[in-house]
Each structure stands twice: as C-alpha cells, then as structure tokens.
Design a protein around this ligand. Structure first.
Ligand code: FAD
Length: 577
C-alpha cells in the first residue's frame, strides 16, 4: 500500500518537476539566445556604425582609394627615420649593412616617450632625483625568456651593453627591480583608508561587510575574481600560441576588448610577471644607442620638425621636408620610415596617393590621455612609519618603499619610486604623486603646472598627513607635471589605444608600406603602449625594406641573430597586411 502510494506520489510529482525543469531550462535558453542575439546584433551594429561613420565624412575619399603596393628599388636605402622605434631601426639597419641612414628628430634629445626628467644637472647624481615622464617599467617572467613577451627589450639592453663595453662604458644600462605592488601601499576610497592587502581585497570583502567600506551592497563578494576568471581562457590561448590566440581574440571580439585583454595579459593577474626599471633613469636606454649612431656615421639631426612627404616626379623616391630650428630644408631619400605618432602626422602634408585605409588610420587611430605629476620632498616621509612622521595611521603603520597607492581622489595612483630601495631613508626624494589616464588625466589639463602641484599635494596630504606639506619643496624647478595629450611630439594622447574595430580595420593599413614610405612606432604593433611595440615595429620595417630591395639573405641573417631570438611580430595575425 505504502509502495503504491509512493509510486503514485512519484508519478504525480515527477511530471510537475519535469515541467518545472523544462520551463526553467526553456526560460534560461530563451534568455541566453536573446543575449547571444543581442551580442550578435551589437557586433554587426557596431561594425556598421564604425564603417558608416567614416563613409559619411569621407565618401569622396573612396573614389581615390587605391592600395598602392610597395615597389622594389635596388638602390641603396637611406631612410630618414624619426624615439625608440627609430633608434632600434637604425641598429638593425647597421646590422644589415645599410650605410646611409639619416635620423630627423624634432627634439634636442633622443628617446621620445622614454623621457627621464632629472631635477639635478647630473643624471648620475646618487640621490636619484628624477622622475619618468613616460615609460618607467619593463615586464619579464623570471627565468623564462621564452615566455617573456618583452624579452626583445632585455636582449637589446644586453646587445647595447656589449656594444658599448669597450669604448663607452659610461653608457652601461643597469636594470634594477621595479616594485610593482606593495602590501603596504594605501587604498583610500570612500574616505576610508588602509594598506592595500587589508582593504577592499577579495579576502577582506569576505570578512568585512562591503557596505562598511562605503560601497553599495550590490557588489558581489567574489567580484575581485570575476575579472581574472573572465580573461583566463584568452590568456590560456595566448600562452599556447600567441599569434593563434590573437587571431581568435580578434575574430571574436575586436570591439575594444582585444586591447583590454592585451593590456591585462601584460599586467598578468596571476602575478607571474616581475618588473624591472633602469637605474638612474630609463633615458639611459635611448642614450645607449648614440655611440652606435656615431660610429656608423649615421646622420642624427636634432631640432628638425618634419612636416611634408612628397613623391619625386619620377615617383621613385620620397622628398622629405622639415624645419631645422624653423628654417625650411628638404632632401630626397629612397625609403622613409615614419615612426612619429599619428597625431603629429595628421598635420603633415602627405602624398595624396596614399591609400584611403592609410589616411583613415592616420586620421582616426585613438590615443589614450595620460598625465603624471612629480613632487619633490626634503625627506621621503612615505618610507617611514606614520607613527614616526605623525602621518595618518593605518592598521599596519608601516612605511612604503616602492609600489603604489590607489585612491578615488583626483591623483588616483601614487607611485613610490623603487629606485630608493637601499638608500638611507633620511634623504630627499621625488614622488610620482599622480599617475592618471583617460578622463582622470584630462581633469588636470586646464591647470597650470604650479596649480597641478598644489592640487596633487592636497591629495598627498589626505593620504599621508600634514608631514607632506611640511616636507614639500615648492617651485617649478623642483616639481614637474606632464600631460602627454598636449605634448607636441605626440599630439592627442600618450599612446595608441585601439578603439572598437580599429585593430581589425586600421592595424593592417597602419603597418603597410606604401610609396616607399614605411610605418613603424608603438602604434603599429599589437604591443602598443610598450617599448616592445616600438622595437617590434622596427624589426618589421627593416624586414620590409630588405625584402623589397631583394636583400632577403640579409633579412635571414638578421633574423637568426641572437638579438632577435625572441622577436615575434605576430604578422600572421594580420595576413596580407
Ligand atoms: C605616460 C607613459 C607611460 C608609459 N609607460 C611605459 C612603461 O612603463 N613601459 C613600456 O615599455 N612602455 C611604456 N610607455 C610606452 C613607450 O614609452 C612607447 O611605446 C615608446 O617609447 C614609443 O616609442 P616610439 O618610437 O614608437 O615613439 P616615440 O618615442 O614617441 O618617438 C617618436 C619620435 O618622433 C619625434 N617627432 C614627433 N614629431 C616629429 C616631427 N614632426 N618631426 C620629427 N620628429 C618628430 C618625437 O620627438 C619622438 O622622438 C609609456 C608611454 C607613456 C607616454
């Protein structure tokens, strides 16, 4: 009887459960399909908007659009090249035996966006009173050059050290650890402050109610792991085969997401990545190329602003026009390598025969705003315990050497220089009081440099207490603020940041050589915004020049050099660029 009743109950209940499951699965499926459909439509729409947007403004350009393939010349190449991409290109051209190379440089220094600002006349000053306006750190994976995507940069440093060893030992580049993050660095959000490893971390959020930290309770407990989990499958693909992984990313998600994934891939959420910087300034890297340029009798002209490129009448060469300290000059070259950021090139006169896609890339490529504010102090109070300095206390009350503090105050990110590690803590020092990107950077832009110092100091006082104001050394000569968007040698942003569709639509066009003009620089490489991108692009253009001049043997020799052992331009990801 009991059995029967059970069977009846089961017989009655099972269909209800089955129906429920069916309904639930049906609802889930419908929702999922809708989501996928939305995503599909979104992608199509975005793609269309991206294409249409340009047609509206440039419909006429289409009549002139023509992809002019590079032609082979057998004459000796003497490319004038304009930062680091140009210097590295010069190095490779030297290795390939090309004798006649001219470098036209707008500034009175080499290095472009690798720019150390020294607050003393002596760059070798042991007090290390300097700040990196541009590049400041180099990533690597300890003991695994094969996995270190940026290995080419370290191999170049080795090459230059070897090259300069005998005749120019003062040009030696010494790398030292760059402390990327520090458990003692501060988190200051919603007017609450504590060391980095205590506050707003995954573990902390589990033990402390997130609302107590001023956040809405809609934030899930395990929010911190979401980002890593979402990106993990892409990183796995890139680790197995970078080019294939990149192709897959591009195919599926070229909607700004690839740029995000690539940035996160370098910054590596699993923290396999270690970091280095160059002692006494990153500027030592470009400076170390100078002996090579001199010994090779390459021409390096400072204070020369290129403003026009034109094809010669016979169409076989390029005339380059520039202003040398304001005075107009020009010369004819067989090959030209443009490594200048596209914001500058936008104002140049360039041959109208350049393809529509190339002109579009010059016009549209997105660049990211970035700004830095350096403040100088009589004492590096931040390296001492707040108990000692009278600063605001935290639960650990430990000083900070290297690493960063993060905050929702306008300064956003404070970087504590790593290069003071090991120096007596009583000394003076320069603090990167504010490193900002995007709109955060733009919000300092309208202020004078002196106003920016004061604004940044205000936030440093909030983070570290009145000691900061007491120790600050005022004056323009002792502090420095730089907003890259307004820098005339970059124009419109600190470095390329591919927007939706730009990798797919603009990258190949940006790389392609046309009319004997070759295009290099960080913006023409998937590792944009890194020194590596500039170097990679240098290898690519030298390959182009050699191959287009029927010197493939030279390219093969170059490619087999130790220096290029870990070069990977991932050119397959841009088939037929
Ligand atoms: C704020 C910031 C932080 C960064 N952080 C890092 C980092 O930590 N690690 C890292 O690896 N990379 C970093 N980068 C990126 C790195 O600095 C760049 O990718 C790299 O230096 C770019 O080299 P490039 O040769 O392509 O361009 P640039 O270095 O900009 O070289 C272009 C050259 O063209 C010259 N020029 C401009 N206009 C003209 C003209 N009309 N005529 C002649 N010459 C002209 C300029 O003076 C310059 O020398 C950072 C960049 C910035 C801005």
């Amino acid at each position: 009887m009991l059995k029967l009743r059970l069977i009846i109950i089961i017989a009655l209940v099972l269909p209800i459960i089955a129906q429920k499951i069916k309904t639930q699965v049906g609802q889930w499926w419908q929702k999922r399909s809708e989501q996928l459909e939305h995503l599909r439509l979104f992608k199509i729409l975005e793609k269309k908007i991206f294409i249409i947007k340009d047609y509206v403004f440039d419909i006429l350009d289409l009549f002139y659009s023509e992809i002019t393939g590079p032609r082979i010349v057998s004459a000796t190449t003497n490319p004038p090249i304009s930062g680091l991409a140009r210097l590295f290109t010069a190095l490779l051209l030297k290795e390939a035996g090309i004798k006649d190379v001219t470098i036209l440089e707008y500034q009175d220094r080499v290095g472009g966006r690798v720019h150390t600002h020294y607050f003393t006349d002596d760059p070798n000053d042991e007090r290390r009173l300097y700040g990196e306006l541009g590049a400041m750190r180099l990533p690597y994976i300890d003991g695994r050059p094969d996995l270190s995507v940026h290995q080419l940069v370290f191999d170049t440093i080795d090459y230059l050290n070897e090259y300069n060893k005998e005749d120019d030992p003062d040009k030696e580049i010494k790398t030292i650890p760059f402390i990327f993050s520090n458990p003692n660095g501060l988190y200051y959000f919603n007017n609450k402050k504590d060391p980095y490893d205590k506050m707003i971390t995954k573990n902390y959020s589990k033990t402390v109610n997130i609302t107590k930290l001023g956040y809405p309770d809609s934030i899930p407990d395990d929010y911190a792991s979401f980002y890593n989990e979402a990106l993990a499958p892409f990183f796995k693909e890139l680790d197995i085969d970078f080019t294939k992984g990149l192709k897959a990313l591009k195919r599926q998600f070229d909607y700004g997401f690839v740029d995000l994934a690539m940035e996160a891939y370098t910054f590596d959420p699993n923290f396999n990545t270690s970091w280095k910087t160059i002692d006494k300034g990153m500027q030592r890297l470009p400076n170390a190329f100078l002996p090579l340029i001199k010994k090779e009798n390459y021409t390096l002209k400072y204070n020369c602003e290129v403003y026009k490129l034109e094809k010669t009448e016979d169409g076989q060469n390029v005339r380059v026009h520039w202003k040398n300290n304001g005075k107009k000059e020009s010369d004819i070259f067989d090959r030209v390598v443009v490594t200048t950021p596209l914001g500058c090139v936008r104002h140049w006169d360039i041959p109208s025969t350049l393809s529509y896609q190339k002109q579009r890339a010059i016009r549209e490529l997105s660049y990211l705003n970035a700004g830095k504010i350096f403040l100088q102090f009589k004492n590096r109070f931040w390296e001492k315990s707040p108990l000692e300095t009278g600063g605001l206390q935290t639960t650990s009350n430990v000083g900070i050497v290297g690493g960063t503090s993060s905050t929702d105050l306008p300064v956003r990110t404070v970087v504590y220089p790593s290069y003071y590690q090991g120096l007596p803590t009583n000394g003076s020092g320069v603090l990167l009081a504010s490193y900002t990107w995007n709109d955060d950077a733009a919000r300092y832009a309208p202020y004078t440099e002196e106003e920016r110092f004061e604004l940044a100091l205000k936030d440093i006082v909030t983070l570290h207490g009145e000691i900061a104001r007491k120790e600050w050394i005022p004056g323009k000569e002792n502090n420095k603020a730089h907003y890259w968007t307004n820098d005339k040698t970059v124009v419109g942003g600190a470095y390329a940041k591919y927007g939706a569709g730009q990798l797919e639509f603009l990258m190949g066009a940006m790389m392609r050589s046309e009319d004997y003009i070759h295009w290099a620089g960080e913006h023409t490489d998937i590792h944009n915004a890194w020194i590596l991108g500039a170097f990679n692009s240098g290898v690519r253009v030298v390959k182009e020049i050699l191959q287009e001049n029927l010197m493939n043997d030279k390219w093969l020799k170059l490619k087999n050099m130790r220096l290029l052992k870990y070069w990977n331009g991932n050119l397959d990801a841009y088939a037929g660029y």
